[in-house]
Design a protein around this ligand. Structure first.
Ligand SMILES: [Zn+2]
Ligand SMILES: [Zn+2]
Ligand SMILES: [Zn+2]
Length: 195
């Protein structure tokens, strides 16, 4: 199976505590939060929960095998079967799976959500969902979620990161630096940390 690869090269991740200790609370950006072990683990949990399929179009991840680009077959990920050629088909472009927050709540770190609040989308459906709808940002006051009118970044439409470009600039939107909403650019510390 050494010829098989599906995961784009990623920048190394670190524990959140190390990032915080090194950079200081004021300087940690959303981009830095996405490069933590905590986010990588949570993101993987969501994608595994969804059986490695886009919840919108059903497209699976793609992989290279002996120079051919294939769609992943679901049960291959269980590691229980031989590589299932008969259930794979050749595709001409790559798909990458993203973990998408259905909404955001200020003050929560990206992994401080229940798994129900996220879903797996392929890169194409992910951009599309952000084009079709503005992902609501809430401020939590006691038990009440108050909706906020934030404006999504024009470049990434509020997606923030593109794992398929992880080999360049760690896949984070260069326009908003991964902040996703204009209101969050430049002062992540006031939004992403609890008091
Ligand atoms: Zn999709
Ligand atoms: Zn999203
Ligand atoms: Zn952006």
């Amino acid at each position: 199976m050494s010829q098989l690869s599906s995961v784009p090269n990623q920048t190394p991740s670190r524990p959140f505590a190390d990032v915080l200790a090194e950079m200081g609370k004021e300087n940690v950006s959303y981009k830095d939060l996405l490069a933590t072990n905590e986010w990588r683990v949570f993101r993987k949990t969501i994608i595994e929960r969804d059986d490695y399929y886009c919840s919108k179009c059903g497209q699976s991840d793609t992989c290279w095998y002996n120079g051919t680009l294939l769609r992943f077959a679901k049960f291959y990920h269980d590691g229980k079967q031989e590589f299932p050629f008969e259930l794979c088909r050749m595709v001409d472009k790559r798909y990458y799976l993203h973990a998408h927050h259905k909404h955001y709540i200020l003050g929560r770190l990206p992994w401080e959500y229940s798994t129900d609040e996220l879903t797996t989308l392929c890169n194409e459906c992910h951009v599309q969902i952000h084009l079709d709808q503005v992902i609501q940002v809430y401020k939590q006051i006691g038990e009440v979620l108050q909706p906020l009118n934030f404006t999504p970044c024009v470049k990434c439409k509020g997606v923030g990161e593109f794992p398929e470009y992880a080999h360049i600039e760690s896949g984070v939107c260069f326009h908003c630096n991964g902040a996703r909403y204009y209101e969050l650019i430049g002062h992540p510390e006031s939004f992403w940390f609890k008091d």
